[in-house]
Design a protein around this ligand. Structure first.
Ligand code: M6R
Length: 616
């Protein structure tokens, strides 16, 4: 949540920062702002709304100076107003600051600062932080050895409770930025004669691929083209420079109207990248390089506990079904946000898995830390390399699907489904799954990208259906077994980007309550797979039809539905049950996307949402 960009170099800072902010806008888009340093003072432009509005409606692009900071905001403390937009400037005009996170004790600090004569223009916790730095700065002795600027920030951060990723400029220190993190991501980009800072690599990759992932409790002091990293306790840190593998094209729209569309159509290649090199030579099982847990230890595990939020939580529910079915290990799935407050009894040989595309979701991170605190091993399944969850986990699996920029998760979700299916295979082959069963399973997974390619050909049909269903205000998504989580995912996709109210249920559960919603005005989307559940799901459809509910049926090719039962029939390819959830996801992604487009919604930046949720 909230995007942060900083720049020190020889170029005009505002232009580079605004380009970075555009790439980060998916992290928050309530307001945007930029400040540069020029001739010992700060230039500032900020405004509610999008980065484009900031560029058109203010002199943001014209601000002079080669050092600056910029921000896109997802509002926490204080409404969406120009005054609450970042950057904030201290009342003595000495400091400009941008912040991602929440300062929990801001109110007592504010009271203290008011008694010291500091004044406030906004309702934000960020402005309090900025003025507290100013307060410590004027108290800090001038010394030849230590930077007064850096020490003022360090002292301030020792007094604050909460989470932050901050970047600060000091009017007395040209070409310097001090930045720090605790609970919010921050990455230093080391370019050719220039330094950058961002909350996400996508803002940096057009200028450099060399990055330092800052850790919680670290402070970077950028001075011209040099930098030092220390801790809150003033200990030196030796920086590790990593190379980003994502390219600029990965983070650009290309010929697509929206990132969501691009990412839906990237899924076949994304799945290929997820599974590349991850099958054993004999083709009977999966293999993962970074689990950091031996097969012997794996065999001791008698329970697996998955933790995640949102779509990633749905992916956990599918993994639960597949692991229990193919590996015969009991699985629990918890909302990460609930887990750490529930204090559930856990068996000694429980293995934890967290799933997070961004690797920064605060609830998932906190749940992971709680499990680790209790002495459990936690493995992570993340897309963003170097993210906090990926780094703090005991081991894990990277998704390798490239940047996911649309707020609605698509390619990351299907890749999580694939890794869940591969884990079921991996653990299953350590237990009861036979060699031939493993080979059949591997071949099925290898076929998934092509099946998704085939399913994507349904786009014109789903666009047509979307035009007719965009007028409804409520919709149900119904599926059974491993397709129940896909029903949840379909409902989440629809509501988050189109704002149509939608619910997902196990198809048979519908008659225990949700059926009361059914009328001509509330259509249902049914997943109707071949196999043992086919007749059961058809019965549920009959119950809806008897109450005049419209039905979109997503049916396995080759299955014949009773005539006139469904109003629209979408035929997806027949496939192995480990692959079925992946294939079945594609039509509901397309349906939601085309409905949102038909309604003129801002698909990639739906209201009130941000891509990675880094506040509790
Ligand atoms: O980055 P994460 O996978 O941890 O994010 C979890 C959820 O916030 C995320 O899946 C969210 O629900 C998406 N907007 C769903 O499309």
């Amino acid at each position: 949540m909230c995007g942060i960009v900083g720049y020190i170099g020889k170029q005009k800072a505002s232009a580079i920062i605004l380009e970075g902010l555009k790439r980060l806008e998916y992290r928050g888009y309530d307001s945007a702002g930029v400040s540069t340093q020029h001739e010992g003072r700060f230039e500032l432009a900020k405004k509610i709304g999008r980065v484009d509005g900031l560029i058109k409606g203010t002199p943001a692009l014209k601000l002079p100076g080669t050092t600056g900071i910029g921000h896109t905001r997802w509002a926490t403390h204080g409404g969406v107003t120009d005054a609450n937009a970042h950057p904030h400037i201290s009342s003595d005009q000495k400091f400009a600051l941008i912040h991602n996170g929440v300062i929990e004790n801001y109110s007592s600090i504010k009271k203290f600062l008011l008694t010291k004569g500091y004044t406030f223009q906004s309702e934000t916790d960020t402005e309090v932080l900025c003025n507290l730095i100013a307060y410590h700065y004027q108290k800090e002795p001038v010394s030849a050895e230590a930077s007064r600027f850096l020490e003022a920030v360090r002292k301030t951060l020792r007094h604050v409770e909460g989470t932050y990723g901050i970047a600060v400029m000091c009017a007395d220190c040209p070409a310097e930025i001090v930045a720090a993190r605790k609970g919010s991501p921050l990455i230093l980009g080391v370019g050719d004669g220039e330094l950058m800072l961002a909350s996400d690599v996508s803002a940096l990759i057009s200028r450099t691929q060399n990055v330092v992932y800052l850790k919680d409790g670290e402070i970077v002091h950028m001075t011209g083209r040099n930098f030092t990293i220390t801790t809150l306790e003033a200990e030196d840190v030796s920086p590790v420079i990593d190379k980003v593998t994502w390219s600029v094209a990965d983070a650009e729209l290309g010929s697509h109207a929206h990132f969501m569309e691009k990412e839906i159509f990237e899924q076949p290649v994304a799945l290929e990248n997820t599974m590349r090199g991850r099958f054993s030579e004999d083709g009977s099982t999966a293999q993962f390089g970074g689990l950091n847990i031996s097969p012997v230890d794996f065999r001791q595990i008698d329970r697996i506990n998955f933790l995640a939020c949102g779509s990633a939580w749905h992916a956990c529910l599918v993994a639960e079904q597949l692991i229990e079915r193919f590996a015969r290990v009991p699985v629990e799935v918890d909302y990460a946000s609930e887990f750490r407050y529930r204090n559930i009894p856990l068996s000694r040989n429980t293995l934890f898995f967290v799933i997070s595309q961004s690797g920064e979701t605060i609830d998932t991170l906190a749940a992971m830390r709680e499990a680790k605190r209790k002495g459990y091993k936690v493995l992570a399944l993340c897309n963003v390399v170097g993210s906090t969850i990926a780094r703090e986990a005991d081991g894990g699996v990277y998704q390798h699907v490239g940047p996911e920029i649309g707020v609605a998760s698509t390619k990351a979700f299907t890749s999580q489904l694939l890794i869940g299916a591969m884990l079921a295979l991996y653990i299953g082959r350590m237990r009861d799954m036979s060699f031939s069963g493993g080979v059949a399973y591997v071949n099925a997974l290898k076929g998934a990208p092509d099946l998704v390619r085939e399913t994507l050909k349904l786009a014109p049909q789903l666009k047509d259906i979307a035009q007719r269903y965009a007028k409804y205000h409520d919709m149900l998504f119904l599926g059974r077994l491993a397709l129940f989580p896909i029903a949840l995912e379909g409902a989440l996709k629809l509501k988050e980007i189109s704002y149509i109210h939608a619910e997902g249920y196990p198809a048979a559960e519908m008659k225990h309550g949700p059926i009361a919603l059914i009328s001509e005005q509330c259509p249902s989307v049914f997943f109707v797979p071949s196999g043992e559940m086919f007749n059961k799901v058809v019965s549920s459809m009959q119950e809806i039809k008897a109450r005049k509910g419209k039905i979109i049926a997503i049916v396995t090719a080759g299955c014949e539905l009773p005539p006139d039962l469904a109003d629209d029939v979408v035929r997806i390819p027949e496939c192995h049950e480990a692959v079925q959830p992946i294939v079945a996801t594609v039509p509901v992604q397309l349906l939601s996307y085309y409905i949102a487009v038909a309604l003129g919604r801002d698909v990639d930046k739906p209201r009130n949402l941000a891509k990675s949720v880094t506040v509790e």
